[in-house]
Design a protein around this ligand. Structure first.
Ligand SMILES: [Zn+2]
Length: 316
C-alpha cells in the first residue's frame, strides 16, 4: 500500500510535468483555432484563460497562459437544434481534441444552415500539453463540472460559458434545452500505467490492473430515456466500420449494446444533461491508442459519433 500524497505534494505535482513539443498548446492547437477566425458562418470566441506554472530544467518556475476557445457555427436561431461538442476534458485523450477540431475545420459548416453548433475543442489545455488526466492541484476535470464550486479554472470557465451560451440562445427560459451534446473521451494505453500510479499515489491504495482492457468504442449516458437513441448512435458507428466494446461489463456495469447507463456527478455529461435533451460521453478504448498513432486514425471513431449526433433521428 502506498502512502497518499500530502497537500504540498499535490500542489507542486503539476509543475514538474514536461510539455511535449508535439502537444504544445500554443504551437499546435491555438493556431488551428485562430485560423478559423473570419470564416463565413463560423465564429471563434475566447471564454477565458488558464495560467499554468511549470519548472524549467534549472528548477525555475515559468508560467504559460492559454486562451480557452469555443467555436460557434450557425446563426443561433433558437428554433433550430443546438448541438454541443467538447474535447480535451481529459487533456491526455488526444483523439477527442483532434476530432472536435477536425469537425470544426472540415465538416461543421455543412450543418450551419440547419443547426447551431458549439465546439469546445480543448477544455484542459495544460493537461493536454503534458499528456495527463489531471490538472493543477491534482483535480480531475471530469469530476469537477459544477455550476457552483468547480475547483479548476478550466471547468469554472467552461460551465460559465455553457450557462452564457444557453442564456444567449433562450434568455431566461430554463425549460428550453440544447438538443444533443457529446463529451469526447478515450481509455488509452496510458490508463494502464501513469493514471493508475497516480490514482494509487492520491488515494494510497492499490488498484487491480489485471482486468481485461476494453477495446473499441462505447458510449455513456445518464438518462434511461435516451438509451434507445444512444444505442442507435452506437449502431451507426459500428456500421461505419468501428468496433464496439463487446465485454459483458463496462466499468463493472452491464454493457447495454455498447452503452453504459451511468450517472456520475461532476462529469461533463452529467453537467450537460441539465442543459441538453440528450447528452453522452464517448469512450474510445484500446491499448493501441497512444501518441504514436496518426491523429486522423485516432479521431476517426469519435468523428463517426459526432456525425451520428446530426444524422440519427429522435426516438419517440
Ligand atoms: Zn476521459
Amino acid at each position: 500500500m502506498r502512502q497518499a500524497w500530502t497537500q504540498e505534494q499535490r500542489d507542486d505535482w503539476f509543475k514538474n510535468l514536461k510539455i511535449k513539443s508535439h502537444r504544445d498548446y500554443t504551437q499546435t492547437i491555438a493556431p488551428r483555432i485562430e485560423a478559423l477566425k473570419g470564416r463565413n458562418g463560423l465564429e471563434v470566441k475566447t471564454y477565458g484563460s488558464v495560467t499554468y506554472a511549470y519548472n524549467d530544467d534549472q528548477g525555475d518556475v515559468f508560467e504559460r497562459t492559454h486562451d480557452l476557445f469555443v467555436i460557434r457555427v450557425g446563426d443561433f436561431d433558437s428554433e433550430k437544434p443546438t448541438h454541443v461538442i467538447t474535447g480535451g476534458t481529459h487533456g491526455y485523450e488526444k483523439g477527442g481534441v483532434e476530432a472536435a477540431l477536425s469537425f470544426a475545420e472540415k465538416e461543421a459548416l455543412d450543418y450551419s444552415g440547419t443547426h447551431n453548433i458549439l465546439i469546445y475543442p480543448c477544455i484542459s489545455p495544460g493537461p493536454y500539453e503534458v499528456e495527463h488526466r489531471f490538472t493543477q492541484g491534482v483535480i480531475d476535470p471530469n469530476r469537477d463540472a459544477f455550476l457552483k464550486g468547480a475547483k479548476s479554472p478550466e471547468m469554472g470557465a467552461f460551465v460559465k460559458s455553457i450557462q452564457e451560451q444557453h442564456q444567449a440562445l433562450f434568455g431566461d427560459d430554463s425549460t428550453r434545452k440544447f438538443n444533443r451534446s457529446a463529451d469526447l473521451h478515450e481509455t488509452p494505453l496510458l490508463d494502464k500505467t501513469v493514471i493508475l500510479e497516480m490514482m494509487e499515489s492520491l488515494k494510497g491504495e492499490t488498484f487491480d490492473i489485471d482486468e481485461k482492457f476494453p477495446e473499441g468504442m462505447f458510449l455513456i449516458t445518464s438518462a434511461e430515456s435516451n438509451l434507445a437513441l444512444v444505442q442507435n448512435i452506437v449502431r451507426r458507428v459500428q456500421a461505419d466500420g468501428y468496433p464496439i466494446v463487446d465485454d459483458d461489463k463496462l466499468y463493472g456495469e452491464p454493457n447495454l449494446k455498447g452503452v453504459l447507463l451511468h450517472q456520475l456527478e461532476g462529469t461533463v455529461e452529467d453537467f450537460m444533461s441539465k442543459f441538453t435533451v440528450v447528452s453522452l460521453t464517448t469512450e474510445a478504448c484500446g491499448l493501441h491508442i497512444h501518441d504514436e498513432m496518426p491523429d486522423d486514425a485516432r479521431a476517426a471513431d469519435q468523428l463517426s459519433v459526432i456525425r451520428a449526433l446530426f444524422s440519427e433521428p429522435d426516438v419517440s
